[in-house]
Write a protein that binds this ligand. Structure first.
Ligand SMILES: Cc1cc2nc3c(=O)[nH]c(=O)nc-3n(C[C@H](O)[C@H](O)[C@H](O)COP(=O)(O)OP(=O)(O)OC[C@H]3O[C@@H](n4cnc5c(N)ncnc54)[C@H](O)[C@@H]3O)c2cc1C
Ligand code: FES
Ligand code: FES
Length: 1253
């Protein structure tokens, strides 16, 4: 593929690997071709991970390195994304840049509508990227002063190489690889001949289908035919009856053909074109549509004609899953798209888990042709996708309508719905799950068609029929947001950067692709690649591992098993031993068993596939799908914790009402864009090793590493330049993977690289703990909660990892912002046969608090009042200096201020009235609003983790090198630390450099986690800088007018040391679980978020209309970086609570192993209006420069969207006569929202497709 060619052969590492399957856009490049017919040069953004190099004959490829550089000149796109703070970890940034660059090459003045999708970012929350893009769009507000930005000058763009415009040969090209032959025929005849010679060979056009099959399903094709040079496949002809499009035209091209045809044909003939256009816009991302050809798409899904036989697309066209009437030696030549006839209406519908870049859950094409001047149907077709192995035609419903000869009216149609229910059947185990929902969608989509049809038939105006209006989601546009930042202190010097919104210090390098990540390091001599072999059983004895076949394969050097580990074969964590490689028994699918090392990644993968592991299944595995299995088997990791204040039983007895409820919160995949990556290099002397890796905790990796190899720490240095995102997922699992790589390096004596593929990463490394929260609450009629009793179960998976600590943190946050006098919490980390879960931004708090807030919601619903209306939340909130349930004193003043300010800024009460009115007027569309607070403890309860150290060198030229224990993963720690050093040394930031985090420079460091990185490391750097500054004091006094450089050289000549270590002891925090009291946190960060959504009750689709967030982060060191953290965390929370779903098969196999199956928020999910305010006038004596930690807390504010959805669902249920509390589990996907809004689930007892984790 082009991606590996660019990265490995050409050493152009700006183009990144994020998923390898066309789903993330990190590998986006621009491909340009000359079109001899139009004499135009066409530019396309494409995913390099799916683009075969053989297909690039005659094309020019532009990568991020080609458009600009920090060494020469930046391209405006690179500059603007950086200056708009649109690059945090930076791993997605080159791909984003190339998407925007290509758009501008095609249209230098785009509108916001043109702004492409198809790129994912896990850090920023997209808003700043959108604002960067906005600067190029017409009619958008000026977000920057004109002079601050480089102008876009298309004349400066790279020209298309003229020699490529002269490539005319259409001769056959044939490329032969180690195992495969690629043939690109030059003519149609030749293509037909090849197809006859190799009937099994696939035709590869966009490679978005075949490429995925080969990569992920291991399907191998010895011969591939690529007909991209066959002119007949690209022909477009327009006739009065319709448009004929060559089968090789891409979807993007088809889109432009349809747009043209809509203009060219009379409006009444364009129904089909419009319906198709609407669908095509939603297929894949822009990069996919640019290459995937429409005919292949339709040939497996809609219709086809070819030169020799014309095949109508009807119910007989599809024979089964991915099978059509096309014979093996036939090809599709063209697709004919008919113009609609008079009185013919066509509509297409699609429901997908995410609006953009997501495969449809259910889609439908519906066409009705009625008699002239009448509403009696002459002909009708209704097709559904996503409800069976192939496209289904609702024949009986169609017959019922057309045979009845009755007018199209509500009464006539009422029976059709029952026929559809009967006809479109899905068994309870249907692949894809969501059985009830899919069935409900078939009706909803027909209902929507009915409404659209009625409008067309009667020519109704939308104002006249509010119920019609109510069934359509409005066309909502995004607005620029308000970001309220603080000002610097009065009298602060202009040079002092603290408190200023400085750009991320390497944002420009990230935007130009120069920023180096672990896998960007050049190959070292003799380097090997390691691929992990994992268990395919959830619970089994390993009876034999046979790797003899693997060792025979070309390039395979060795297979590493537990027996090869020279030191400890396990890691001990919170009292439990965790095996690095399973030796005798496996306890989950995905557990690491052995590893294959080979001279290339491809060879190592083949070797891994050839390893045969024999198993003997053990007793039934426990998946904890209802947590019941774990509870029944008492399968817990110990200790189980409990905490209580007051007398809960008494509080419940004295309450006027008692309610019992529960909620389940699903897990979450970290989905850092850079997968786990390692390079271990044996130095060859005295067992020394250098380890380059992507971890949040280099010192922990070092410890794990040395115990595995049985060598002292002083032989191993771990180096982290930067991480492409982490979110808690690059601590414990990373250390194990690095240790396995180390064993391979030690055994072979050669450098070994391991870079997990996305699917491997998702399978092996676990994620956020799914949690089941059960509660009992006692309350008074006025809303006061007198007692609450919580039981939490967290699904830990097969090994303990940090699960016991997560369960503890859950208990520490169960009061959230509420002063409940009698409060009890119990938590348990359940041991199950699923991959082990680990730390994830918030460390259990986002799950814990959702339970608490659900309880508050239930109390409000029970009392029949809105949770915010002089409000259950307000009534119970901490208001004055108080003790938490673990007896830590704190002052909630800023919590209350955040609440009041958010209510005001969001105009909550006024909008609530507007929403009520809206809901009265709309039957099928409801709006909801919710506001939630958070009180989040900062610091580690394990006191030793709060320490930090730093090393600062001043060189003779005055430049400063700062090293500290924090790792840069996009959160901007190095930028903030640079600001600290600049203030303390009183020099500009340009003189200060931070190169990497290394155990060689700063030993025994603590993890960059718990939102505590800057607090601790900033203080250590401050200490080191102050030591140095004080050492220079006599020199400065003697020469007050001297420059920094003068002072430094003088100090050197006077033999004053210009290097210092700094140390920060950190807070002495603790938590005594026996006494159930302590001071586990240094202080609290407070925040309040308010969101409003609009929900389509027919499909469960929702849109976040507006979010307002007020956060107390003391005095921010860098407001733009902090706002980046707030927005990014919010969006990650939005994903957690509303869309991200991990699916496991009933036998414990993870289905969701990439962006195609697992949806994280995309551009389309950003609130249309997104305002962030930092609380003014706040300070914090417990952290550096009065700032506060902010990395994690606002994940929970994403739940404001969850509760807004719940509020909208409540309105829908009210219409249906349903009142009172109801259970809405998280994530509140369209499926859940829709089903809860309508009625209770009706699924049968049979084995479902996926586990309910
Ligand atoms: C990230 C991603 C997102 C996607 N999103 C969506 C989505 O939202 N909705 C959706 O429906 N699909 C989606 N897809 C699937 C994608 O649209 C289809 O895979 C696409 O239509 C395939 O086109 P292609 O040219 O890339 O196919 P290829 O992989 O090149 O080939 C596909 C198949 O068609 C056959 N074929 C190609 N040309 C001809 C011909 N002329 N005559 C006969 N047979 C031919 C080939 O033999 C092969 O079997 C997505 C795919 C990816 C990777
Ligand atoms: S790496 Fe190519 S799209 Fe993800
Ligand atoms: S900045 Fe986008 S993934 Fe990190």
């Amino acid at each position: 593929m082009l991606l590996s060619f660019l990265r490995k052969n050409l050493r152009l590492t700006g183009t990144k690997y994020g998923c390898g399957g066309g789903g993330c856009g990190a590998c986006t490049v621009m491909v340009s071709r000359y079109d001899p017919q139009t004499k135009n040069i066409n530019h396309w953004s494409v995913n390099a991970c799916l683009l075969p190099v053989c297909q690039l004959h005659g094309a020019a490829v532009t990568t991020v390195e080609g458009i600009g550089s920090t060494k020469t000149k930046l391209h405006p796109v690179q500059e603007r994304i950086a200056k708009a703070h649109g690059s945090q970890c930076g791993f997605c940034t080159p791909g984003m840049v190339m998407s925007m660059y290509t758009l501008l090459r095609n249209n230098p003045q785009p509108t916001m509508e043109d702004v492409t999708e198809g790129n994912l970012c896990r850090c920023t929350g997209y808003r700043p990227i959108v604002d960067g893009y906005r600067t190029f769009c017409e009619g958008q507000p000026e977000l920057f002063s004109k002079g601050d930005l480089l102008p876009l000058d298309p004349t400066q763009d790279l020209i298309f190489p003229p020699e490529l415009a002269e490539v005319k040969d259409q001769t056959t090209q044939r490329f032969c690889g180690e195992r495969m032959t690629w043939i690109s025929p030059g003519s149609l005849n030749e293509l037909l001949q090849l197809k006859a010679d190799y009937p099994q060979a696939p035709l590869v056009m966009g490679n978005t289908n075949i490429g995925l099959d080969m990569k992920f399903k291991g399907i191998f094709h010895p011969v591939i035919i690529s007909p991209t040079q066959v002119p007949e496949l690209f022909k477009v002809t327009q006739k009065p009856e319709g448009v004929c499009v060559g089968a090789g035209c891409s979807m993007s091209f088809l889109k432009s053909v349809l747009e043209r045809s809509i203009n060219d044909f009379p409006p009444e003939s364009t129904h089909m074109f419009r319906a198709l256009l609407q669908q095509i816009k939603l297929v894949g991302g822009q990069q996919i549509r640019n290459v995937a050809v429409s005919a292949t798409h339709f040939s497996t899904q809609i219709f086809i004609t070819d030169g020799r036989r014309r095949v109508p697309i009807d119910k007989d066209f599809f024979l089964g899953f991915a099978k059509t009437v096309l014979k093996p030696d036939e090809i599709v030549l063209s697709v004919f798209i008919p113009a609609s006839r008079p009185n013919e209406i066509v509509h297409a519908f699609r429901h997908a888990p995410r609006k953009e870049s997501a495969l449809a859950t259910v889609n439908a094409g519906m066409r009705v042709w009625f008699n002239e001047n009448s509403n009696v149907v002459k002909e009708i077709s209704i097709y559904y996708g996503g409800v069976g192995a192939t496209i289904l035609s609702a024949d009986r419903a169609c017959q019922q309508i057309s045979l009845s000869k009755l007018p199209w009216e509500e009464a006539t149609l009422s029976d059709v719905y029952s026929t559809l229910v009967d006809e479109i059947k899905l068994g309870p185990s249907a692949p894809g799950g969501k059985v009830d929902f899919r069935r409900s969608l078939t009706l909803s989509l027909f209902f929507k068609f009915n409404l659209l049809f009625q409008v067309a038939l009667y020519g109704l105006f939308i104002q006249a029929k509010s119920w019609y209006h109510s069934a359509q989601m409005g066309n909502l546009c995004s607005n620029p947001c308000v970001l309220c930042v603080q000002n610097v202190l009065e009298g602060q010097s202009a040079q002092d950067p603290v408190g200023r919104p400085m750009m991320h210090r390497t944002a420009l390098s990230q935007a130009t692709g120069e920023a180096v990540y672990c896998d960007d390091l050049p190959q070292t001599d003799g380097e090997l690649f390691l691929v992990i072999v994992t268990s395919s059983r959830p619970h089994a004895k390993i009876t034999h591992i046979d790797f003899s076949e693997a060792l025979k394969l070309p390039g395979v050097v060795d297979v590493i098993t537990a027996k090869d580990i020279p030191g400890k074969r396990f890691r001990t964590f919170t009292g439990y031993d965790e095996e690095l490689l399973a030796e005798d028994e496996v306890t989950c699918v995905g557990q690491m068993v052995c590893a294959v090392v080979a001279d290339s990644k491809a060879h190592a993968k083949r070797g891994a596939a050839a390893v045969k592991i024999s198993y003997e299944d053990l007793q039934d595995p426990a998946f904890g799908s209802c947590f019941q299995e774990a509870i029944e088997k008492e399968s817990f990791f110990l200790p189980r914790r409990q905490i209580e204040r007051g007398d809960v039983e008494k509080g419940l007895r004295e309450a006027e009402q008692v309610y019992e409820g529960e909620i389940r919160i699903g897990g979450q995949e970290h989905f850092y864009l850079e997968t786990q990556s390692f390079l271990v290099i044996p130095i060859g002397e005295e067992k020394e090793m250098k380890v380059y890796l992507s971890t949040q905790h280099p010192a922990f990796t070092q410890v794990c590493f040395i115990s595995t190899l049985g060598i002292p720490s002083n032989r191993v240095s771990c180096h982290v330049k930067r991480l492409g995102g982490a979110f808690g997922g690059k601590v414990t699992k990373t250390a194990i993977l690095a240790s396995i790589t180390a064993v391979a390096a030690s055994k072979t004596g050669r450098p070994v690289r391991c870079v997990l593929e996305r699917g491997e990463d998702m399978l092996i490394t676990g994620g956020r703990h799914p949690v089941w929260g059960i509660y009992k609450v006692g309350f008074m009629k006025d809303g006061r909660i007198t007692a609450a009793d919580f039981q939490y179960y967290a699904n830990a998976g097969n090994v303990v990892d940090e699960s016991v600590l997560v369960a503890e943190k859950i208990l520490l946050h169960l009061d959230n912002a509420y002063n409940i006098p009698n409060l009890r919490g119990r938590s348990a980390a359940c041991k199950t046969n699923l991959p082990s879960n680990t730390a994830f931004r918030g460390f259990g708090v986002p799950q814990c608090m959702l339970v608490v807030e659900s309880m508050i919601d239930d109390v409000a619903l029970k009392l029949g009042r809105l949770p915010e209306e002089v409000s259950i939340r307000e009534i119970n909130m901490y208001k004055e200096v108080s003790l938490t349930h673990y007896k830590m004193e704190f002052d909630p003043e800023n919590l209350v201020r955040c609440w009041n300010e958010c209510m005001k800024k969001a105009d909550f009460r006024q909008r609530r009235q507007g929403i009520d009115l809206f809901n009265q007027q709309n039957q099928f569309k409801k709006r909801g609003i919710a506001i939630v607070p958070i009180k989040y403890g900062i610091g580690f309860a394990e006191a030793f983790l709060n320490q930090a150290a730093a090393l600062v060198h001043i060189y003779k030229d005055g430049s400063v090198l700062v090293s500290h224990g924090g790792t840069e993963m996009g959160q901007g720690i190095h930028t903030k630390v640079q600001q600290v050093a600049s203030r303390e040394l009183n020099i500009p930031t340009s003189l200060i450099h931070i190169s990497e985090t290394s155990t060689q420079c700063v030993p025994n460091t603590c993890p960059s986690a718990a939102s505590f990185g800057t607090d601790a490391n900033g203080m250590a750097v401050k200490d080191a800088c102050q030591i140095l500054y004080n050492r220079l004091e006599p020199i400065r006094k003697k020469n007050p007018k001297g420059t920094w450089q003068n002072w430094i050289i003088t100090a050197f000549l006077q033999k004053i040391s210009l290097s210092a270590t700094g140390y920060y002891r950190g807070h002495d925090l603790d938590m005594d679980w026996e006494k159930q009291e302590g001071k586990p946190y240094a202080y609290f960060t407070y925040a309040v978020g308010c969101s409003e959504v609009e929900l389509d009750c027919l499909t469960g689709e929702y849109r976040t209309l507006r979010t307002d967030i007020v956060v107390d982060i003391g005095r921010s060191i860098n407001p733009s970086i902090d706002i980046g953290q707030i927005e990014g965390a919010f969006m990650q929370g939005l994903g957690l609570y509303t869309m991200e779903e991990l699916k496991f098969s009933p036998s414990g196999v993870l289905y969701t192993r990439g962006p195609s199956q697992y949806k994280i928020p995309s551009f389309c999910d950003v609130p249309l209006k997104f305002n962030v305010y930092l609380l003014a006038g706040s300070s914090n004596p417990h952290a550096i420069y009065s700032s506060k930690g902010i990395g994690e807390p606002t994940v929970f504010l994403g739940s404001s969207v969850f509760f807004a959805i719940k509020d909208a669902v409540t309105a829908a249920r009210k219409d249906a006569g349903l009142t009172g509390p109801f259970q809405l589990n998280s994530p509140a996907t369209p499926e859940r929202a829709c089903l809860v809004a309508q009625s209770e689930s009706t699924s049968g007892p049979a084995q479902p497709w996926a586990l309910n984790i």
